[in-house]
Design a protein around this ligand. Structure first.
Ligand SMILES: Nc1ncnc2c1ncn2[C@@H]1O[C@H](COP(=O)(O)OP(=O)(O)OP(=O)(O)O)[C@@H](O)[C@H]1O
Ligand SMILES: [Mg+2]
Length: 343
């Protein structure tokens, strides 16, 4: 197969309606409906670790209310942006203006002028909901400080615009809400997008159902039975129960199968060895991912505690490398987490 005959694998087109996803979607949809007849601002936070499907969930919500060109101009019922890193109020407003399609978003103007323009355009485009993804950028990880001027601006924005606000971010972002009494009072209890936990029966079942769903959607590929107990556990060890990693490995395996073009009964074949290769190519291997490839034939797929513990760390950032100087400054030698794991 060459690049000219390549067809998209469609892994990123698949929506797995797992329980947490369905519950979250339903909660948001209910509030969007109710907010039309409710004066108080409705603010919802979707919180979860990286790759748990927060952005995908918000995409699904936004797709249900697409932009429309009407005789009265452009209508944008749901305006979605990703908050830039190290945001300023002006930067945030400019990002919103750009997404609305304002050709003057980058033109000179004060923060207040741009904010006023935003209020006007949001009215014109009959926007009822603003979605802010990457909300953890309101929190400075380096200094562990919330950017209070941003959260204050947001509170005023929500009150004055009367729009429904949905934010999504890593667990850190809850500090932004919790450290501002007024913002906190406006937010509902957060919607949590969890990773699946093999030690909980319900999650184990859900994870298996997700794998089955992916397999069904990838019918043009001949895959090993992903939802069988041993395969599901291998997949769990490879992904830590994060749906984003499942999608990533399958996508890689599908690309490889297309390039290798090893067909059987009209389907492109993906063997266990191919999954192993996809895992090695798609998932970053460092000190916190399992040392052994979970798709290797000699991998012991018995759910022992050490493997379960290791899987929990997949997708989390590697421990920071502590320089000799910083360690010296702390007075006594403290081994890094990476050194402990490697010992
Ligand atoms: N319900 C789902 N069905 C199918 N695929 C999904 C689903 N949720 C997530 N994915 C897949 O997982 C990938 C990661 O999801 P997403 O980008 O939504 O994660 P996230 O929680 O926003 O991560 P981050 O915090 O790193 O931005 C997506 O590209 C998508 O392919
Ligand atoms: Mg995201």
């Amino acid at each position: 197969m060459n690049i000219h005959t390549y067809t998209p694998t469609a892994v990123d087109q698949i929506i797995v309606p797992h329980l947490a996803f369905q519950n979250a979607k339903q909660r948001i949809e209910t509030h969007l409906l109710a907010a039309q007849h409710y004066k108080e601002p409705t603010c919802i936070a979707v919180v979860g670790e990286s790759r748990t499907g927060k952005s995908r969930l918000l995409e699904c919500i936004a797709k249900q209310c697409p932009k429309q060109r009407t005789d009265h101009g452009l209508v944008i019922p749901v305006l979605c942006i990703r908050i830039p890193s190290k945001p300023t109020v002006k930067g945030l407003v400019e990002t919103l203006l750009r997404e609305i399609g304002d050709p003057l978003w980058a033109k000179r103007g004060s923060e207040n002028e741009k904010t006023e323009r935003l209020y006007t355009l949001l009215k014109q485009t009959r926007t009822h909901t603003v979605v802010l993804d990457e909300f953890q950028h309101f929190y400075d990880r380096m200094s562990h400080k919330v950017q209070h001027y941003l959260s204050d601006w947001l509170k005023i924005f929500v009150d004055r615009s009367g729009l429904t606000l949905i934010v999504a971010g890593l667990p850190d972002c809850m500090a932004v809400i919790n450290q501002n009494d007024q913002l906190r009072g406006r937010f509902l209890a957060p919607i949590r997008m969890p990773r699946f936990d093999w030690q909980k029966e319900e999650d184990r079942y859900e994870f298996g159902a997700c794998l089955e769903c992916f397999q069904k959607a990838l019918q043009r590929f001949d895959l090993p039975e992903l939802a069988s107990e041993s395969m599901a556990f291998r997949c769990y060890c490879a992904t830590g129960g994060l749906i984003g990693y499942v999608a990533k490995i399958l996508h890689q395996a599908c690309i490889n199968a297309q390039m290798d073009n090893s067909a059987h009964d009209g389907k492109l074949v993906i063997t266990m060895a191919d999954l192993g290769r996809a895992y090695a190519e798609a998932v970053w291997c460092d000190s916190i991912t399992p040392l052994m490839n979970p798709f290797a034939t000699d991998f012991d797929a018995t759910p022992v505690q050490a493997l379960l513990d290791m899987a929990q760390h997949i997708g989390t950032a590697s421990p920071e490398v502590t320089t000799a100087r910083t360690r010296k400054l702390s007075g006594k030698y403290l081994p890094t987490a990476a050194e402990v794991l490697a010992a």
